[in-house]
Design a protein around this ligand. Structure first.
Ligand code: HEM
Length: 229
């Protein structure tokens, strides 16, 4: 097993498996976040469920491990590719079957990583550790819970930084969409779930998925920018 993980095939396999796991997470996370557009009670109930369900708590640890392994293997493979190919592969590949996104996966991944760190400080850190006056308890259907809706909407409607954060979140969603445009079919190809017929289909499904994720996450700051909270 450790030999497999040291081979570049094994490392690419790990990057793909963790990537596919993150692809599933994004669907769940976007679905939960779209309740922001339904209203404060709906989002607070979903958020309260996520924060109190024991299975979700275990999945959060698995998720953190998934992100860490994905980043580690992506970094190892990128460095290995660089060292093995002193003449720029990017230039050589340009204009053939590659796309801008496929040639810049690590740059896009790094942008998503920077987005994620700031994003976790914005919400996760405040909900789990630091707290915020915006989170003051509210009651929904007789159940007392934190006002996660006020924390999230408060970031995008903030009179000073709301516009900056909104643009930042939209750019993060676009970088994520471009990353997924290449990552989706490529992950299936690496684990062996692709062939000549399915490669084209997976590219189309991947593009639809990438557009839904990028547009879905962008819609949230846009909604608050336009309608306030
Ligand atoms: C408009 C866009 C987004 C909103 C409003 C949003 C909202 C949130 C909130 C409120 C939390 C804290 C949940 C809790 O701890 O109870 C959270 C956590 C998290 N978000 Fe986002 N998110 C957005 C986009 C993204 C994107 C694009 C990614 C991935 C690249 C992402 C990855 C995560 C991760 C990994 C966590 C920590 C795990 C978790 O709590 O589920 N988020 N997000």
């Amino acid at each position: 097993m450790s030999g497999f993980l040291k081979s570049s095939v094994g490392q690419k396999f790990m990057m793909s498996i963790t990537g596919l796991f993150l692809i599933v997470f994004l669907v769940v996370h976007l679905t939960a976040n779209l309740f922001l557009l339904v209203g404060s009670d709906a989002f607070n109930v979903v958020s309260h469920f996520m924060a109190t369900n024991p299975l979700i708590q275990i999945m959060q640890a698995v998720l953190a491990l998934g992100f860490i392994l994905h980043i580690i293997y992506a970094t190892i493979l990128t460095l290995q590719n660089r060292n093995a190919r002193p003449v720029s592969y990017n230039k050589f590949e340009q204009g053939h079957s590659s796309t801008w996104a496929s040639r810049n996966m690590y740059v896009l991944g790094f942008m998503i990583f920077v987005f994620l760190v700031i994003h976790l400080i914005n919400f996760f850190w405040k909900i789990k550790v630091a707290g915020s006056p915006l989170l003051a308890e509210v009651e929904v259907d007789g159940v007392s819970m934190e006002n996660a809706y006020a924390l999230v909407s408060g970031l995008f409607v903030d009179p000073q930084l709301g516009i900056v954060y909104s643009i930042f979140y939209i750019l993060g969603a676009i970088a994520l969409g471009l990353h997924l445009h290449h990552a989706f079919w490529s992950a299936f190809q690496t684990i062996g779930w692709s062939n000549i017929v399915w490669r084209k289909r997976l590219e189309v499904i991947g593009d639809i998925y990438a557009i839904i994720i990028a547009a879905g996450f962008s819609m949230i700051p846009l909604y608050f920018l336009i309608f306030g909270n």
